[in-house]
Design a protein around this ligand. Structure first.
Ligand code: AHR
Length: 606
């Protein structure tokens, strides 16, 4: 491999090249990054009618002693369902009383010494005496408890309490119990750990895993989640802002689960800000998997998009900016990119409607960059755009070979946003080394073509192990633990690329069809030194002895110290797991001889 490190060889890589894509899929948010522990906190999961679904809430006590149903007596207009609990026993109730429990999302992770904020709404014609506890999964061991004792809750009353855990259980549940005969209504029962990231509601370990990738941008909230199978189930941002108790929640009919929408439009922008990543909002453009709104009727959707931008960027005195300000963020969020739909090019009316969105946003916000769903990698678009979406999901060899996907793309038109890429299918399993090698080869091509590609992100980012709707994913988690797949660790090799200098590099090896390589020069933000990094993917099954020559600079200007970092394993189909979460992670060691000429051994499949 010959690397030309002369000044003439340098081309700056976009500051935004590598980022992340967060979709509400696989319970990535609800039951994942969003730290709310109660699942279906408003009892609305079956819809805004009665009877609704109270799952996964269940009864404590048999139905001769306690009965529950839903009705429309909630104090919240936008989510009218409340739970009605009728207790039939009194002094004869079983020890501890009867009631209801919520197991969270496949068990709540309750940790000794930590504090949990409980909020709930209660109403009853009589005085109430309700014990609230966190217990193990069968309600035997108490981990934390408090009581709600009130003489007058004849009107809906908000109860706030702190639960201090005296023991740890990763599969805990929240119980509400009483042994007093009568009827009690509950609504909007929330339990949040107090130690979320900056108190912003993000689960710390999962937040850190994303933060460690140093993403330049975050695309959200989908994906198909934005579209819905039907428009009535699409993510409608206005339903996800304001006080959490008042959000209606919705059923995502593409990934088949209910979200209370605690992680809403505001929280996504907060997440971007906390990550130091540029927000890229994908909005619903009047297209679902089954429907496309006629251009004659698209105006409300255009206004909805404009309002969503105003929510993020408008002054605190504007209609929607004032709601953001009231939620705690008077300063505008730094929104500079929006995507007009997801994977909708070719669907009926996409182009006609796109032009309406484009014109309205361009007029109101001339600096916002708009992303079209139509691929322009091989032919020009027939409509204006600042960027265009490009998605690739395929087997490992195909993805590896797509390193050249942008070799012949026009350098004058809009730039590509590779907003979803991954190796899928049997090559990938739940996240194999092989998948990460195909993707690494592809990303090297992206880096080299970063005069035609502005951004790239892997998909999907998260999966809750208990609800795999799509595999593979970058980060696997359950209630208490998480690990990165090889595709997650592969992305760490590209962290320094944003804003770095790309150098010309040429592979001269005769096994070069299974190799991909690139070279960058970057400044370390901590020690301020300049580093040259060569990345090489060996997609083949044989070891390669590679000579690397650094040309175009005075050899004496090169330090002779260096390191090498390798991602590999004994078997190309190896995966990480909860049992062995670090089986495949980057291993760093000193390079014996760094400088103008270097000899390195590339392990098979590394
Ligand atoms: O990443 C999973 C899905 O793949 C996304 O929701 C969609 O955009 C694509 O089809």
């Amino acid at each position: 491999l010959v690397v030309n490190a002369s000044k003439d060889s340098i081309r700056k890589i976009p500051e935004t090249l590598f980022g992340v894509f967060f979709e509400e899929i696989n319970h990535a948010g609800a039951g994942g990054l969003w730290a709310e522990l109660v699942n279906n906190r408003g009892f609305e999961a079956g819809g805004q009618h009665s009877p609704s679904l109270i799952d996964p809430w269940s009864l404590i006590g048999d139905d001769l002693l306690v009965r529950v149903s839903t009705d429309l007596s909630s104090p919240f207009k936008r989510n009218p369902v409340a739970l009605r609990m009728e207790v039939l026993c009194d002094k004869d109730c079983p020890a501890g009383g009867v009631g209801i429990f919520n197991p969270g999302y496949w068990g709540m992770n309750i940790e000794q010494g930590k504090t949990y904020n409980l909020v709930l709404y209660v109403r009853s014609p009589e005085s109430v005496n309700v014990s609230v506890s966190l217990t193990d999964s069968i309600g035997v061991q108490s981990l934390a408890s408090t009581s709600i004792i009130a003489t007058d809750v004849s009107n809906w009353t908000k109860v706030v309490a702190k639960l201090e855990a005296t023991a740890t259980n990763k599969n805990a549940r929240l119980q509400l119990q009483t042994n007093k005969k009568g009827v009690i209504w509950f609504d909007q029962v929330s339990l949040m750990p107090t130690d979320t990231y900056k108190g912003h509601g993000f689960r710390n370990d999962l937040f850190k895993m994303v933060q460690d990738l140093e993403p330049a941008f975050i695309r959200f909230p989908g994906g198909c989640f934005v579209e819905g199978e039907f428009l009535k189930n699409a993510f409608r941002w206005k339903e996800t802002v304001g006080p959490w108790e008042e959000r209606p929640g919705h059923y995502g009919d593409v990934w088949f689960y209910w979200t209370d929408d605690g992680l809403g439009h505001y929280e996504f922008f907060q997440l971007a800000e906390d990550l130091g990543a540029a927000p890229i909002w994908v909005f619903n453009n009047g297209v679902s998997h089954q429907e496309s709104v006629n251009p004659l009727l698209i105006e409300p959707y255009v206004q909805e998009a404009l309002d969503g931008i105003e929510f993020a960027r408008g002054s605190p005195n504007s209609t929607w900016g004032s709601i953001r300000a009231a939620m705690g963020h008077p300063e505008p969020f730094d929104l500079k990119y929006v995507a007009i739909g997801n994977e909708d090019c070719g669907k009926p009316y996409y182009r006609e409607n796109y032009l309406k969105f484009y014109a309205a946003i361009r007029k109101a916000y001339p600096d916002i960059k708009m992303i079209s769903n139509c691929d322009a990698s091989s032919k020009p678009l027939d409509h204006p755009a600042d960027m265009y979406d490009f998605h690739i999901y395929s087997d490992a060899s195909t993805v590896f070979s797509q390193a050249k996907a942008f070799d012949h793309t026009s350098r004058t038109g809009p730039k590509a946003f590779v907003s979803e890429y991954a190796v899928t299918g049997k090559d990938a399993g739940l996240g194999s080394l092989l998948a990460s090698l195909g993707e690494a080869g592809f990303l090297i091509g992206i880096e080299k073509n970063s005069d035609a590609v502005e951004m790239a992100s892997y998909a999907p980012l998260f999966v809750n192990k208990n609800n795999i709707k799509w595999q593979p994913d970058a980060i696997v988690f359950d209630s208490s633990q998480s690990y990165g797949t090889p595709s997650y660790w592969m992305q760490h090799f590209f962290k320094e690329s944003n804003g770095a200098a790309l150098l010309n590099s040429t592979l001269q090896s005769n096994s070069s069809s299974s190799l991909q390589a690139s070279a960058i020069l970057f400044q370390d933000p901590v020690d301020k030194k300049h580093y040259l990094r060569v990345k090489v993917v060996n997609f083949g099954s044989t070891k390669v002895n590679l000579k690397i020559a650094i040309d175009g600079v005075d050899p004496n200007s090169l330090d002779t110290s260096g390191s090498q970092t390798v991602l590999s394993s004994t078997n190309v189909m190896d995966e990480n797991s909860f049992a062995n979460p670090e089986k495949i992670t980057p291993i760093r060691s000193l390079l014996e001889k760094a400088g103008k000429n270097m000899d390195v051994t590339l392990l098979p499949h590394s």
